[in-house]
Design a protein. Structure first.
Lengths: 304, 381
């Protein structure tokens, strides 16, 4: 005797992109409750960490920059700051939570390179090592300094929404927040989700397919925002020391038990020069897939 | 394989975030759960060759259990368990010597009838990194009354990989042996039992957990069996136990091995080894089949003898204090359908002096039994 599991597919917009929750469940009430709770979790994290929302914690921290008033933080925020600290350490300073302000200089829709003087004016405001924080408070030392959790909140939200699905008894589910994915899979009865990895030069096609049974998959690529100036490609992945785009890999996808770890690893790989990035990926010990600037494919995502 | 240091650093800092901290393990129940269980325990008759007076019927117990678990607030839950037991049969009264020198058991002649009611109430509070429970148990039968209170708590490490647990409990038992069938060793007495337990469990990989525990129990008061003819025990007993366990899940064939070991020692000279092996096999999403095997071996108490010497300060011929080995084999099946879960257990217990690792004389009163149980649970969601 076996119960028929219906498939549920829920789409919504959050964190600046298309979001999708897919799951198999025998009970419609449980499925709906799980979907509502998972969406609420994503919205909660967006409200807490979005730099676009004036009442978010991120906005409050940025507004207090250069003042004498440290902003109180909770354990979750301290955890994210701790993860950002690890990314900074493991990338040798290439990943910097305060580097987001460089987007003021770079407008990828303009098709124009910024003036070096504009970039030079922003560089003194970048420096994660100067941020004062502990488990309870944070203070940005210079007025105008900003932090941006954009590099890890979406991945964390995927994992957290997947944990919410699991806590509602969902045995097979997939959270997809604009390409950052976390799967719920209980037992080997849970068939893997077939997920496509976008071609960095043609966003409508998949360059690879991967079966995700559990854990996370995160992708990072210069296709998200980039421009061609005088035949040269400038991607949105910026070196926090020079303020200029990194000439590195075109795209990286990594699978890890947590989407957050997959996303952080992909970000580090994107920030490194191409050859160094490929060596780092090979030694990492996670299933990975990368496309270099000449569109050559590397690595292999093995179904876990 | 040694983990890459970068991956290790990223993973360990990620796991400090609340989403990875086993929210499920320490979340209070969301729904009311109701369960009922009926169990039957049947001891084999003691063989005629081992008794004076032919085959002798031993104990049968019929038990009905009722279980209620309910969330009462965001972080609180209450569980109520009630159990009724109906016992009947005869138990070994003493061991005597036959003409050819073999020890033979003399059963308490008249059939003993008793009923026991036990009520247990537990309140549990769930906090971010663990939970704590307070439990009260009252048990009442014709000749025995017990009140026990216990406090337990668990705490998870920041990375959610380690759980520390501890518990303390104390009970007061009143003994009022039923008069009439056999002369009793007391008219009214009592005993106090206090125990403490500490444990730690560690997640060692995605699919494996190990745990260790240490327990101490102190009994004080009337520890002699009130109904046995030749029984006189110290009025104090100190017990220690160390235990370890390992759980490993296998993707194929979608099952988990549970292996546990316990070593027990006390100041009466009793020591024992217990090994538990169980295989939890998932069949699809709704069925679980669990075959299990338990091996138990006990060494006899210093004052145990088949033919008890009542001239000594302490003496007992109780088979429960003798040297023996025991094997239990059983099967548990659980099936879930919608909000219902049906479970059934059957097990066979057999003892033999020669199966043990400790030496000693075989008690003619060693028992074998069957136990069956059938349960039905419902979740109000």
């Amino acid at each position: 005797m076996s119960l028929s599991h219906s498939h549920y597919d829920h789409r919504f917009k959050a964190m600046g992109g298309p979001c999708r929750l897919r799951l198999d469940c025998a009970d419609a009430t449980i499925a709906k409750r799980a979907i509502a709770a998972a969406e609420a979790e994503v919205v909660r994290l967006e409200r807490k960490y979005s730099r676009y929302l004036p009442d978010s914690l991120t906005s409050a921290i940025n507004r207090a920059a250069g003042s004498a008033h440290a902003v109180p933080i909770d354990a979750e925020t301290a955890g994210l700051l701790g993860f950002a600290q690890t990314l900074w350490e493991q990338s040798g300073g290439l990943f910097d939570l305060t580097a987001g302000i460089l987007r003021r200089a770079w407008d990828f829709r303009s098709g124009k390179l910024p003036a070096q003087s504009t970039i030079d004016g922003l560089l003194p405001l970048i420096g994660w090592d100067r941020v004062q924080w502990d488990q309870n408070v944070i203070l940005l030392p210079e007025p105008g300094m900003e932090i941006d959790f954009g590099g890890c909140v979406k991945e964390y939200a995927s994992d957290s929404a997947a944990a919410v699905l699991a806590s509602h008894g969902i045995e097979r589910g997939l959270v997809d927040l604009a390409g950052d994915m976390a799967a719920v899979g209980v037992g080997c009865a849970a068939e893997p989700w077939s997920v496509g990895i976008r071609n960095p030069r043609d966003s409508a096609t998949a360059i690879a397919q991967f079966g995700l049974a559990g854990g996370g998959l995160a992708s990072s690529g210069d296709y998200e925002r980039c421009m061609l100036v005088d035949g040269r490609r400038y991607g949105h992945i910026l070196n926090s020391t020079t303020g200029w785009p990194v000439q590195g890999l075109a795209a990286v996808s990594i699978s890890a038990p947590q989407c957050l770890v997959a996303g952080g690893s992909a970000t580090i790989a994107m920030l490194k020069p191409e050859a160094e990035a490929l060596t780092w990926l090979r030694e990492l010990g996670l299933p990975w897939f990368a496309v270099d600037s000449a569109m050559g494919c590397h690595g292999e995502l093995h179904s876990r | 394989m040694e983990k890459n240091p970068a991956l290790l650093a990223l993973t360990s800092s990620a796991l400090l975030l609340p989403a990875y901290q086993g929210v499920r393990a320490d979340a209070p129940p969301e729904f009311v759960e109701l369960g009922m269980r009926y169990s039957k325990y049947e001891e084999d008759d003691t063989k005629g060759s081992k008794t004076f007076g032919g085959n002798s019927q031993r104990f049968d117990i019929d038990a009905a259990q009722f279980h209620l678990l309910a969330p009462v607030a965001d972080n609180w839950a209450v569980a109520v368990d009630v159990q009724w037991e109906d016992m009947s049969g005869a138990s070994p009264w003493f061991v005597g010597q036959s003409i050819d020198g073999d020890p033979k058991v003399i059963m308490s002649g008249a059939s003993i009838e008793d009923t026991r009611t036990e009520v247990s109430v537990t309140t549990r509070y769930y906090y971010d990194r663990g939970n704590a429970g307070l439990n009260y148990v009252h048990s009442d039968e014709d000749d025995y009354e017990s009140n026990a209170i216990a406090l337990d708590g668990s705490f998870n490490s920041a990375d959610g990989m380690t759980t520390y647990s501890a518990a303390i409990s104390t009970s007061r038992d009143d003994i009022d042996p039923t008069q009439g069938a056999v002369p009793t060793n007391t008219l009214h007495d009592n005993k106090d039992i206090s125990s403490a337990w500490v444990g730690v469990s560690q997640i060692i990989s995605k699919n494996a957990i190990v745990r260790f525990g240490l327990a101490y129990t102190y009994r004080d008061g009337f520890l002699t069996d009130p109904y046995k003819l030749r029984d006189r025990r110290p009025d104090e007993r100190k017990e220690w136990a160390v235990s370890g366990g390992y759980r490993q899940y296998f993707m194929w064939p979608d099952g988990a091995l549970h292996a546990d070991y316990r070593y027990f020692d006390d100041d009466w000279g009793v020591a024992s080894h217990t090994v538990n092996l169980a295989w939890h096999q998932n069949l699809g999403r709704s069925t679980q089949v669990i075959p299990f095997l338990r091996y138990y071996s006990q060494g006899e108490a210093d004052f145990f003898a088949n033919i008890a010497d009542t001239e000594k300060r302490y003496y007992a011929d109780d088979y429960r204090l003798s040297s023996f080995g025991a094997i239990t084999a059983g099967l548990r099946v659980r099936y879930e359908i919608g909000n219902w879960a049906i479970s059934a257990v059957g097990e066979r217990y057999e003892t033999d002096e020669s199966w043990g690792v400790f030496s000693g004389d075989e008690s003619p009163a060693l028992l074998n039994y069957w136990r069956y149980s059938f349960g039905l649970d419902y979740v109000f969601r």
